[in-house]
Design a protein around this ligand. Structure first.
Ligand code: HAM
Length: 418
């Protein structure tokens, strides 16, 4: 039966066991970040709209993918499309620039973008991200990239390959931008409709057009325009990553879709996702906090990682700890005793459930078979004599033990073997 009530287009219900995998991934990500010294920060899932306008008015997520609304008090609010601007707002609002630098933060939660729904591109997705404030040095860029790679490896995706580029700084980017516009203007007739607009709004994004891939092959390469500082920064970053054992390739077409980046940009994909879908992406954004009324100089670098994409890449290869639980079944007339025993066991820390449908013992055992490790059967003469029957699932043997010994028995049965 198909109800008229469906989840909103482009969103997902994450059902078990994927929901448990996602929770495990969240823990692994936060624990790995803690190992690098990153503290967890939670910001609201909505912000005053101007916070995100600073991400860049020519950015898709700001221009036409925003979920914005005016609340009853007339305040213009937006569901966060990403975490970086929100963290920058929090960094400035809480005066974190007065703390000893660098400040290392990580976050996890839902992001909202009204994108055209397609595989692994959702209107609500979950990001784990990390942001490092207060260092202009390439060591900072290297650290966040190493953290992201470590998370990816901890969830079982081995040997990530980092695609890296530098999009220059306010010194060198303008002359590159000029050359790029000139080149693309010369080939204006051949460009797709979007690129004909991008020439005027956001020329760097011409390079990551998925249609005009032939044209970009002859486009000027930003590395020929890097100033000395940008070149040295890029070279030192590549050196650190390589010496730390990571595989790096320079991607001259990597420019990223957000406007706030300076110098470093990076992404990592995975063979199972196709080469246009990133597992995570990020970069340096030294000017963002300043545009949110932060100090004049506020260097920062970070990344965001799509958890649904990680989930899709790890799939069934990501083992869940086996479920170890007790099913308290009952003989007819002993429903209450079974119900209360299950609660007693839960109070002692066991995972336990009882039948809620007043089913026959046979039906209960069938249910138990699907869900539990051990069955305890309550009722009959045994119960009157202070005993219960216990049965390990998958085995035909049934034991009778005293109720006082039940906890100890279960503890031994349910503790995983070392
Ligand atoms: P982003 O590249 O827009 O960067 O998103 C980061 C990651 O989130 C992507 O690599 C992808 O895995 C995932 N993602 C993005 N959009 C979707 C979607 N519609 N459906 C599923 N997954 C998605 C940022 O958001 C920046 N804030 C990253 C950053 C942090 N830069 C500096 N610090």
């Amino acid at each position: 039966m198909r109800s008229e009530f469906q989840r909103p287009r482009g969103t997902q219900d994450i059902l078990p066991p994927a929901s448990y995998r996602m929770e495990q991934i969240r823990r692994i990500a936060i624990d790995t970040a803690a190992k690098f010294g990153y503290d967890l920060i939670e910001t609201p899932i909505f912000e005053q709209t101007p916070v995100f306008l600073r991400v860049g008015e020519s950015t898709d997520i700001v221009q036409h993918e925003r979920y914005s609304f005016t609340d009853a008090g007339g305040v213009d609010l937006t569901l966060r499309p990403e975490g970086t601007a929100a963290i920058a707002r929090a960094y400035v609002e809480h005066g974190m620039f007065n703390q000893p630098q660098p400040v290392r933060m990580c976050y996890y939660g839902p992001m909202f973008r009204r994108e055209r729904p397609q595989a692994l591109r959702y209107r609500q997705h979950t990001q784990f991200g990390a942001e490092l404030y207060g260092s202009i040095q390439p060591e900072a860029d290297a650290e966040v990239i190493l953290l992201a790679c470590d998370v990816v490896e901890q969830v079982g995706l081995k040997n990530p390959v980092i695609r890296l580029n530098s999009i220059g700084c306010s010194q060198c980017r303008p002359s590159y931008r000029k050359s790029l516009i000139e080149y693309y203007q010369g080939r204006h007739q051949e460009l797709c409709e979007d690129c004909q607009t991008r020439i005027h709004t956001n020329p760097l994004r011409l390079l990551d057009c998925k249609i005009d891939v032939e044209i970009r092959q002859q486009a000027p390469d930003i590395q020929d325009y890097w100033c000395e500082d940008c070149r040295a920064h890029y070279q030192q970053l590549t050196k650190l990553l390589t010496e730390a054992g990571r595989q790096v390739i320079r991607d001259p077409f990597l420019v990223r879709g957000l406007d706030y980046y300076t110098r470093t940009v990076f992404e990592i994909g995975h063979p199972s996702l196709g080469n246009q879908t990133a597992l995570f992406g990020g970069g340096r954004y030294d000017g963002l906090a300043t545009t949110l009324d932060g100090p004049e100089v506020t260097p920062a670098v970070g990344f965001g990682m799509g958890i649904e994409r990680i989930l899709s890449a790890v799939e069934e290869n990501f083992p869940l700890p086996p479920k170890r639980s007790v099913y308290v079944a009952h003989l007819p007339g002993f429903e209450d005793a079974a119900f209360v025993l299950a609660e007693n066991l839960r109070q002692q820390g066991f995972s336990a459930e009882s039948d809620l449908l007043r089913r026959s013992l046979k039906a209960q055992l069938r249910d138990a078979n699907r869900r539990s490790t051990v069955v305890v059967i309550v009722g009959g003469k045994e119960w009157e004599q202070g005993q219960v029957a216990v049965k390990r699932l998958g085995e035909s043997e049934q034991l009778t033990i005293h109720q006082d010994q039940l906890s100890e028995f279960l503890r031994q049965e349910l503790t995983p073997n070392p």
